[in-house]
Design a protein around this ligand. Structure first.
Ligand code: GAP
Length: 439
């Protein structure tokens, strides 16, 4: 794991928040490459869950909502709390489930004080006066914005059940033990889809969405042996869930949840109806029945899936892959990210940097491709070293401009995974790369 964390910092994927002040625990900033990659993860999810669907629409609700929302959703009560254990000696706090079998503090060996509930909501104050009336919370899950807009979306988009509403956005939890880099943090992003259906169809759709979501990871290159779906027993389920499956990924630190599939029943719509006084039942015009739809939820963390994509793609090759030239004896890092997730799609490299005509041509190629693909231009160091640099950040294709290019108006296109090179006319590059990217 340490090697991935160090790659993230060294190559601009993820930085510790407020690093120059010694860091701010459990918060991370996504660097130039991390930002691109995170956007790609979100784009891939949105394309799959909204654009390609006939009856799912998107939403972008506010992070701040009326505190009444959180009262009704059960997040202010014991339902959304972790069991907390405190060390009498060093006062460090742990989640009960994480140190369940320990009787002493894992850090200092001190005595542990009995578990108590610790609510995870992040409180904040809205307006200039810090009194109770202005107290609210940063949202702990994005889906509440969807439930309170159920009627607005239904009416404005003329939706008919079954249908879905999807959203991507920030969520906040005052986690007791944030850990494992960006795996568990206090500020994170979620991609959630809420599927509203007839209660008797809920089981069928639960299984359907579970399969769809597992397929999504596999289609984006996650190895199937690193994925599993675990049925969560009643006593461990979230407070709103009638049925729950956790999709887990085999991280270097063990199997951990990356996505939850929940049958939330009518918990949310009926509670918001009761608390707001607004009847959120769905009216079926054909049967003239009014009922609370059941909700099947797919909920994945952007940061967690980002980490899973990174871990799955990371490879080290001792003594390198190059067999055609003298082996460097260095360990090479290859980030075999799916082309859709890779932050930079194309690298443009002049063979050498001290020939102005070659550099000029390479810059022309770079400018030509820039509007269509996220590109990088690099002229520093030997061509072999530059290939290794782009392999390390997962660039799927590298273009080399050489002396032939000046005469023939062509370049070599190198594939990251096979290292095979093909000669292509510059005028065909956009078309060929587009086909490769979308193929
Ligand atoms: N709306 C349902 C819900 O929020 P959850 O299982 O609590 O369900 C869903 O969270 C996903 O959100 C998790 O599978 C994980 O990917 C992500 N997530 C939750 N808490 C997180 C945290 N503290 N840090 C990073 N990601 C988190």
């Amino acid at each position: 794991m340490q090697k991935i964390i160090s790659l993230c910092k060294r190559r601009g994927f993820v930085f510790q928040s407020s690093e120059i002040y010694g860091g701010f625990k459990s918060c991370y900033d996504f660097g130039p490459l991390g930002g691109e990659m995170k956007n790609n993860v979100k784009r891939a999810w949105w394309k799959e869950m909204v654009q390609m669907q006939e009856n799912i629409v998107g939403l972008d609700a506010a992070i701040l909502m009326s505190p009444k929302v959180w009262q009704a959703s059960g997040h202010l009560t014991a339902g959304f709390a972790d069991e907390l254990v405190e060390c009498k000696k060093c006062h460090k706090r742990f989640r009960q489930d994480e140190i369940a079998r320990l009787h002493k503090c894992p850090d200092c060996g001190g005595e542990l004080i009995k578990a108590r509930k610790f609510n995870l909501m992040m409180k904040t104050f809205v307006g200039p006066v810090e009194d109770e009336a202005a107290t609210t919370y940063l949202r702990a899950e994005t889906c509440q914005g969807i439930y309170v807009n159920f009627e607005n979306v239904l009416d404005s988009m003329r939706m008919k059940i079954p249908f879905g509403i999807a959203q991507i956005g920030k969520a906040f939890r005052n986690e007791i033990t944030p850990r494992n880099f960006i795996f568990r943090t206090r500020e994170f992003e979620q991609m959630e889809m809420q599927w509203f259906c007839e209660p008797k169809q809920a089981k069928k759709y639960f299984n359907f969405w579970k399969e769809e979501r597992i397929k999504w990871y596999k289609n984006l290159g996650i190895k199937k042996e690193n994925l599993r779906a675990i049925e969560v027993p009643a006593e461990k389920r979230a407070h709103y869930a009638k049925q729950q499956i956790d999709i887990e990924y085999k991280f270097p630190f063990g199997w951990e949840e990356i996505e939850g599939i929940h049958n939330r029943g009518d918990f949310d719509l009926s509670n918001h109806s009761k608390a707001s006084g607004k009847d959120l039942r769905y009216y079926n015009e054909e049967t003239r029945e009014r009922y609370f739809p059941y909700i099947i939820e797919t909920s994945v963390g952007v940061d967690r899936s980002f980490l899973a994509f990174l871990c799955d793609a990371y490879q080290e090759i001792r003594e390198g892959r190059t067999k055609t030239t003298k082996a460097t004896k260095e360990t090479e890092v290859l980030l075999k990210l799916d082309k859709k997730i890779a932050p930079i799609k194309v690298a443009v490299l002049p063979l050498v940097k001290n020939k102005p005509k070659l550099v000029k041509k390479a810059k022309e190629v770079y400018q030509l491709l820039k509007p269509y693909f996220v590109c990088q231009y690099d002229e520093v160091g030997s061509i072999g070293r530059r290939y290794r640099r782009v392999d390390e950040i997962g660039v799927p294709w590298a273009i080399t401009v050489d002396f032939e290019s000046l005469k023939q108006e062509d370049v070599t296109l190198r594939d990251r995974d096979t290292m095979k090179q093909e000669r292509l006319k510059i005028k065909d590059l956009i078309k060929v790369l587009r086909e490769k990217l979308n193929g």
